[in-house]
Design a protein around this ligand. Structure first.
Ligand code: HEC
Ligand code: HEC
Ligand code: HEC
Ligand code: HEC
Ligand code: HEC
Length: 454
C-alpha cells in the first residue's frame, strides 16, 4: 500500500528529469557547437567550384548563398535583432542563434555578432556547400532550430554514391538527404515563447504531398540531366541546386490559379451583383505564404471597369470567422515593438498593410506580448488566425457589388488579381530596406464581365 505511491513518486521524479533533459537536449547541442570549430577548419564554396562549377553557379543565384549577406537579412539581424538583444540581454541566446541557420560556419566559429558582410569573412559563405554536405543527421524529432549533427573534414555526405572517385573528398551516403527532415532542420523554427515561427516542413507533413511521397527536393531541387563534377559523366537524374522560392518571381507566378464569376450577367444601376472568386493553390507543397510568414502578404484585389473606363474597387464580403480583421486590409497601426530596437519611446506603429482597403489578405499575423502585430519573429508570443492557402486547397471569396447609379451602360469588365509581397511596404520603407524586397509580385489574374442595362 505504501510502496505503490513511493514507487510512483520515484517514477514521477525520473520522468520529470527525463523530460527536462529531452527538453534541454536541442539547446544543449546548439550551444555546444558555439565556438567549437574555427573558420579555418572549413572549406569555401569557391573550392568546390573548381570541380562542381555548374552546381556552384546554381547555388550562387539562390537565396541560401546570401542568407547572411542579403540586405534585408543584414538589416534585420544587426538593426533589429542585435539591437533588441542589447536592450534586452535575455535575448542574447536566441539572437546568436540566428546564425545557426543563416551562417552556420560563423555560429561554430563562435564570435557574435560575426563580421559584417562588407568585411568579407567566411561568415559570408551563408548556407554553403560545406554546410549542407557536412550535415550527417538531425538529433531532434521533428527537426527544427538547426538541430544538425555536423563536423568539419574531407568526408562529405550526400544522397548518392559517385560514379567516379573524387580526388578532393570521400563521400558517405545518408538517406536523410532524400528527406524533408533534412530541410526541416532549418525550415522549422520554435522561438523562446515556444511558438512555431517557421513550420514549412511541418505544413508539408500534414499536406497531400507528404502522403504522395513528394519531398521538398522534387520541387526545389528538380531532377534533370546534368554534369555534377567536371571529371564525371552527366547523370540523367542529377539533383539541380536551384532552391528557387519567394525571391524568384517565376516560381511565384501561377502558384495560385484564380477564376471569377458573377451570379447574373445583366444588371441595372442600383442592383446588386455577387462575384465569386475561386483560388486554387496548385503549386506549393506547403502553405502559401510559408517560411517568413511574419513579413509576407498575399492579397486579392477586385476591380470593375465600366464601358467608359471608369474604375470601381470592390470590397470583400466578411465571412465572420474569428480574427478576420487581420485578413481584410484597412487603416490600422501595427509593429509598435519596432520602437524597442530602434530606441523610439512610445512608438505609435506603422500602417499594417500598405495596400488599398477592403482587400482580402491571405496571411497569419504574428502577435507580440502586448497583442500587437509584429515582424520580429523572436518577439512573437502568439500566432493569430491562419488564413493562408494550403497545398491544393481552394478558397472562395465573395464580393457583393451594388452597381453605382452613375455607371455607364454597356459591358463592365471585372478583374480579380492576386499579388504577393515579401515584406509589407510600410515596414520596408521605415527600415530602409531596398525596394526589391517590397516589390509587388503578380501571382495571377482572371477577368469576367457583366452587361449594365441602361
Ligand atoms: C578536385 C575536384 C573536386 C573538388 C574540389 C570537390 N569535389 Fe565534390 N566531387 C568530385 C567528383 C569527381 C565527384 C563525383 C561526381 C560524379 O559522381 O559524377 C564529386 C561528388 C560530390 C558530391 C556528391 C556525390 C555524387 O554522387 O555526385 C558531393 C556532395 C560533393 N562532391 C561535394 C563537394 C563539396 C561540398 C566540395 C567543396 C567543399 C567539393 N565537392 C569539392 C570532385 C570534387
Ligand atoms: C541547402 C543544402 C544544400 C546546399 C547549400 C548544397 N547542396 Fe548539394 N545537395 C543537397 C541535397 C539535399 C542533395 C541530395 C538530394 C537527393 O539526393 O535527394 C545534394 C546533392 C548534391 C550532389 C549530387 C547531385 C545528385 O545528383 O544527387 C552534388 C555533387 C552536390 N550536392 C554538390 C554541391 C555543391 C558543390 C554545392 C555548393 C555549390 C552544394 N551541393 C550545395 C543539399 C545542398
Ligand atoms: C543550414 C540551414 C538550412 C538548410 C539545411 C536548408 N535551408 Fe533553405 N534556407 C535557409 C535559410 C537561412 C534561408 C533564408 C535565406 C535568406 O536569408 O533569404 C533559406 C531559404 C530557402 C528558400 C527560399 C528561397 C527564396 O527564393 O526565397 C528555399 C526554396 C529553400 N531554402 C529550400 C531548402 C530546401 C529544399 C532544403 C532541403 C533540401 C533547405 N532549404 C535546407 C537555411 C537552410
Ligand atoms: C509541390 C511542390 C513543392 C514542394 C513539395 C515544396 N515546395 Fe516550397 N515552394 C513551392 C513553390 C511553388 C513556391 C513559391 C511560392 C511561395 O513563395 O510560397 C515555394 C516556396 C518555398 C519557399 C519560399 C517561401 C516564401 O515565399 O518566402 C521556401 C522557403 C520553401 N518553398 C521551402 C520548402 C521546403 C523546406 C519544402 C519541404 C518541406 C518545400 N518547400 C516543399 C513548391 C513546393
Ligand atoms: C531555424 C533556422 C532559423 C533561425 C534560427 C533564424 N532563421 Fe531567419 N530564416 C530561416 C529560413 C529557413 C528563412 C527563409 C524562409 C522563407 O524563405 O520564407 C529565413 C528568413 C529570414 C529573413 C527573410 C529573408 C528575406 O529575404 O525575405 C530574415 C530577415 C531573417 N530570416 C532573419 C533572421 C533573424 C534576425 C534571426 C534571429 C532572430 C533568424 N532569422 C533566425 C531560418 C532561420
Amino acid at each position: 500500500m505504501i510502496i505503490i505511491p513511493f514507487k510512483k513518486g520515484i517514477y514521477a521524479v525520473i520522468l520529470i528529469i527525463a523530460l527536462f533533459i529531452s527538453a534541454l537536449n536541442v539547446s544543449i547541442t546548439q550551444t555546444d557547437l558555439k565556438g567549437r570549430h574555427a573558420f579555418k577548419e572549413f572549406e569555401s564554396a569557391k573550392k568546390c567550384r573548381t570541380c562542381h562549377p555548374g552546381i556552384y553557379e546554381q547555388w550562387s543565384q539562390a537565396m541560401m548563398s546570401q542568407a547572411y549577406t542579403h540586405h534585408w537579412d543584414e538589416i534585420e539581424y544587426f538593426d533589429l535583432a542585435e539591437a533588441h538583444a542589447t536592450a534586452v540581454p535575455q535575448l542574447r541566446e536566441v539572437v546568436d542563434g540566428c546564425n545557426g541557420c543563416h551562417t552556420p560556419l560563423a555560429y561554430m566559429n563562435g564570435k557574435f555578432p560575426p563580421p559584417r558582410p562588407a568585411e568579407n569573412s567566411m561568415a559570408n559563405e551563408s548556407v554553403s556547400c560545406e554546410v549542407c554536405h557536412l550535415i550527417q543527421e538531425t538529433h531532434s524529432d521533428p527537426p527544427f532550430n538547426f538541430s544538425y549533427v555536423i563536423s568539419p573534414g574531407t568526408t562529405k555526405y550526400a544522397g548518392r554514391q559517385p560514379s567516379v572517385e573524387s580526388p578532393a573528398h570521400k563521400i558517405i551516403t545518408k538517406d536523410i538527404f532524400h528527406t524533408t527532415e533534412y530541410c526541416g532542420i532549418c525550415h522549422n523554427e520554435k522561438n523562446p515563447f515556444g511558438v512555431w515561427v517557421k513550420s514549412t516542413q511541418l505544413e508539408w507533413k500534414e499536406g497531400p504531398y507528404a502522403a504522395q511521397g513528394v519531398p521538398c527536393q522534387d520541387c526545389h531541387m528538380p531532377k534533370g540531366q546534368y554534369l555534377n563534377a567536371i571529371m564525371g559523366k552527366p547523370y540523367a537524374d542529377a539533383r539541380l541546386h536551384l532552391f528557387h522560392g519567394g525571391h524568384d518571381p517565376g516560381k511565384v507566378r501561377g502558384t495560385v490559379e484564380i477564376r471569377i464569376e458573377p451570379d447574373v450577367r445583366e444588371a441595372e444601376p442600383g442592383e446588386t451583383v455577387i462575384f465569386t472568386v475561386a483560388l486554387f493553390n496548385a503549386k506549393t507543397g506547403h502553405k502559401f505564404p510559408t517560411g517568413s510568414v511574419e513579413d509576407r502578404i498575399l492579397w486579392l484585389n477586385v476591380e470593375a471597369t465600366d464601358a467608359k473606363g471608369k474604375v470601381y474597387h470592390l470590397s470583400v464580403d466578411k465571412k465572420g470567422f474569428e480574427g478576420e480583421e487581420y485578413t481584410i486590409s484597412g487603416d490600422y497601426l501595427a509593429y509598435q515593438d519596432l520602437g524597442i530596437p530602434k530606441g523610439i519611446k512610445d512608438f505609435k506603429g506603422l500602417q499594417r498593410d500598405g495596400i488599398p482597403a477592403g482587400n482580402r489578405i491571405f496571411r497569419m499575423p504574428y502577435l507580440d506580448p502586448d497583442g500587437n502585430m509584429t515582424i520580429m519573429q523572436w518577439n512573437t508570443a502568439k500566432l493569430g488566425v491562419d488564413y493562408r492557402i494550403g497545398p491544393r486547397e481552394t478558397k472562395t471569396e465573395k464580393f457583393t457589388f451594388r452597381i453605382p447609379s452613375n455607371v455607364s451602360p454597356g459591358k463592365m469588365k471585372v478583374t480579380a488579381t492576386l499579388n504577393y509581397q515579401l515584406l509589407v511596404k510600410p515596414v520596408a520603407d521605415f527600415l530602409g530596406v531596398p525596394a526589391d524586397e517590397s516589390e509587388i509580385i503578380p501571382v495571377n489574374d482572371h477577368s469576367t464581365w457583366i452587361t449594365i442595362l441602361p
